[in-house]
Design a protein. Structure first.
Length: 64
């Protein structure tokens, strides 16, 4: 019985999915955002580096 379970375990381990065929992309570590500065509503300059350690949400939009 142990040999059957061992053989089954080896067979399952050898039958790994073909991730390339599934078009799965490998995980890439996050990259730091490029440094930039923008004016706020009061005209003061806000730099991304000044927000380090805080959660920052950026919303960019355009009217066409």
């Amino acid at each position: 019985m142990k040999s059957l379970l061992l053989a089954l375990g080896v067979a399952l381990a050898a039958a790994a999915p073909d991730f390339g065929a599934l078009q799965v992309q490998p995980y890439e570590s996050p990259k730091p955002a490029p440094e930039f500065a923008l004016p706020d509503l009061d005209g003061s300059t806000v730099r991304l580096a000044d927000q380090q350690g805080r959660v920052v949400l950026l919303f960019f939009w355009a009217t066409w």
